[in-house]
Ligand binder design. Structure first.
Ligand code: ZN
Length: 259
């Protein structure tokens, strides 16, 4: 009887393990950008570019709540500005809180999501109050552009969580806590997703601010440099995806002409 239970457990773990590996191919792949980039710096640094999705803030039905909204009255607008670049998260439920964490900001699924239907899931976006051991950037001093980029990175994480079931989320968290290599892959992929969603410049602006801010905790700065994309990589991936988008639209225009 005990042996049968062990076999069933091993079988169940193997099936889930292979499902997880299939579900996270992007995280496992290498991240390189060696494309030639004749980036138009004026175009790259254009502020308030309309999201390519054509999706406006007025169409967002997200449920945003949390104690942090009292500390920073404009924060909801900054989050909405980022959400406009993530049409797949239109109806998301987000709780924004202000407490001590390791980074400037992070995001995580609510543990209660295990008992919720997918449409009812809730996520937390946590901002460091810098009252603990680890200091991030002082959130109130950041420009709206930088906040939009920072929120964009967290929303890109949430896009990933949305694709996982409860077991995959647990396994993801387990690996994230135990493996520095995994953290680096996840964070760099999340930066790429942020760029793909149209927020390359806000992301770049935030990193440049972090690198030039001498008051930032050196440990946190090293963590960000090691785990995230560099300034030149952000530009490189921006170029790469613009070229890909152009190629795809040229191809579909060519197909329409031949039809
Ligand atoms: Zn992150």
């Amino acid at each position: 009887m005990i042996r049968a239970k062990i076999y069933i457990t091993v079988l169940w773990l193997s099936l889930h393990y292979s499902a997880i590996l299939n579900a996270q191919p992007a995280v496992e792949s290498g991240i390189f950008c060696h494309e030639f980039c004749d980036a138009d710096s004026v175009l790259f640094s254009q502020k308030n570019v309309t999201p390519e999705s054509g999706f406006g803030i007025s169409g967002i039905k997200a449920n945003i709540k949390g104690s942090c909204l009292d500390y920073f009255p404009g924060i909801k607008d900054d989050l909405l500005a980022s959400l406009a670049y993530f049409p797949e998260l239109t109806h998301i439920r987000i709780k924004v809180t202000y407490k001590s964490i390791h980074q400037t900001m992070n995001s995580r699924p609510s543990p209660w999501n295990v008992f919720r239907k997918k449409a009812r899931r809730q996520y937390s976006v946590i901002i460091n109050n810098n009252e603990g051991k680890h200091k991030g950037l002082s959130f109130g001093e950041l420009s709206s552009n930088i906040k939009t980029g920072w929120f964009g990175h967290e929303l890109a994480h949430i896009c990933d969580y949305e694709k996982m079931n409860s077991f995959e989320t647990f396994w993801f968290a387990f690996r994230y806590v135990l493996s520095k290599k995994f953290v680096r892959k996840v964070e760099r992929n999340t930066d790429i997703e942020t760029i793909k969603h149209g927020l390359a410049y806000p992301l770049y602006d935030g990193l440049a601010y972090l690198l030039n801010n001498s008051e930032t905790d050196s440990g946190y700065r090293e963590y960000s440099i090691f785990n995230g994309l560099s300034l030149s990589e952000i530009k490189c991936f921006w170029c790469k995806y613009r070229l890909e988008l152009k190629r795809n639209s040229d191809q579909s225009a060519g197909r329409k002409t031949h039809e």
